[in-house]
Design a protein around this ligand. Structure first.
Ligand code: OSB
Ligand code: MG
Length: 369
């Protein structure tokens, strides 16, 4: 397989509901769609997912574009690729920058599956056709509005609610949700907003029967998380910390968490994600699939990957209408009875709406043979 050209759309899609986390507020999501074409004219699609601000992790969409154009494309433009697993090896000399790598690596997996006339999920183990899904709810200081919003998601069938929290917005909203929905599968995500000084405060969360607390401490901290996990009953889940399989090994051996939020782009692509899944399975570490407010392309990829039976905990993979007024797919992703169907076509299984892409995006060509 030879790469003959790479094109992209740089897109900004307005969000239906602004999304607020412990570190900021998002009203539009910027992302790039990369189209990788082989010597036979097959085309793989990948999404570049980082945010515009380096406030979730250090990568931004602008830094990722530079890495892609100046460092990653030169590594694949003359290569003869027999299997997409070779791409992560070719990219090895570029340190970090996982989301930049993932955008091309996942496009090449999609290309490979399309070339072979098969769905992407055929490369994964023990797959299902429908996936249980959850929804991540942004910070909403008006608690009546928060409860209304969650109620709407529960009515739509979402099987798990994840609430974003930060100091000053934690016990009260959690208490309000638990009072109204005593039995829902509920978890919280702090996006690194607390520190080791908050351990005794955070222990109060143990009384709310939370499925887990995601990333309470800094994105590169393993020791303080291990201390917290020792003192708390509630499972700790790591998100920002996990960039590689090595990070999972470290977290497991230190006891920093009992659960991993796996995002394919945050670990550099499908090949590393598969290794992490194998590791978690062997160690009985709960692994579930997270999200990055992806467009339909990234969520179609997430659905293919989350089709594996090991992802029994509902992922952050919501329907198109939870995020956007218009998605960039010809057929938006829909939820039915708390589940989303894995798209059926070749590769990631979806086709692009060129009209929507051009309405919200700019097209250019990065490389032509
Ligand atoms: O921490 O998981 C996170 C969204 C943006 C940035 C970080 C996170 C999130 C989510 C939403 O929680 C997941 C989604 O529905 O895509
Ligand atoms: Mg998170």
């Amino acid at each position: 397989m030879k790469i003959h050209r790479i094109d992209r759309y740089r897109v900004r899609l307005p969000l239906r509901i602004p999304f607020e986390t412990s570190y900021g507020r998002l009203t539009e999501k910027a992302f790039d769609i990369l189209l990788v074409t082989d010597e036979l004219g097959n085309q793989g699609i990948g999404e570049l997912v980082p945010f515009e601000q380096p406030d979730y992790i250090e990568e931004t969409i602008a830094t990722a574009r530079i890495i892609i154009e100046n460092h990653l494309i030169p590594l694949i433009k003359d290569a003869d690729i027999h299997h997409p697993k070779e791409v992560s090896l070719l990219f090895n000399e570029v340190k970090g920058n996982q989301m930049a790598k993932s955008s091309l690596e996942t496009a090449i997996w999609d290309l490979y599956a399309k070339r072979n006339g098969t769905s992407l999920k055929t490369y994964f183990n023990e797959t299902r056709t429908k996936i249980p899904v959850g929804v991540s709810v942004g910070i909403q200081t008006d608690l009546a509005k928060l409860i209304d919003q969650i109620n709407e998601y529960v009515v739509q069938g979402y099987q798990r609610i994840k609430l974003k929290i930060r100091p000053g917005y934690d016990l009260k909203p959690i208490d309000a949700i638990r009072n109204k929905f005593p039995d829902i599968l509920l978890m919280v995500d702090a996006n690194s907003a607390y520190t080791i000084k908050d351990i005794s405060y955070l222990k109060q969360l143990d009384r709310y029967d939370l499925a887990m607390i995601e990333q309470p401490f800094a994105a590169n901290d393993f020791l303080d998380h291990a201390q917290l996990q020792k003192e708390m009953q509630t499972d700790i889940c790591l998100d920002e910390n996990i960039r590689t399989l090595k990070d999972c090994e470290l977290a497991f051996s230190l006891g920093s968490c009992r659960s991993i939020n796996l995002k394919i782009p945050r670990v550099g692509g499908i090949t590393e994600a598969m290794k992490i899944v194998d590791f978690c399975k062997e160690r009985d570490l709960l692994v579930w699939l997270g999200g990055m407010f992806e467009s339909g392309v990234g969520r179609a990829l997430n659905l293919q990957f989350a089709s594996q039976k090991v992802f029994k905990f509902p992922g952050d993979i919501s329907a198109s209408d939870r995020y956007y007024y218009e998605d960039i797919l010809t057929d938006p992703i829909e939820i039915q009875k708390g589940k989303i169907s894995v798209p059926n076509g070749f590769g990631i299984g979806v086709s692009l709406s060129q009209e929507t892409l051009l309405k919200y995006g700019l097209y250019d060509t990065l490389f032509i043979k």
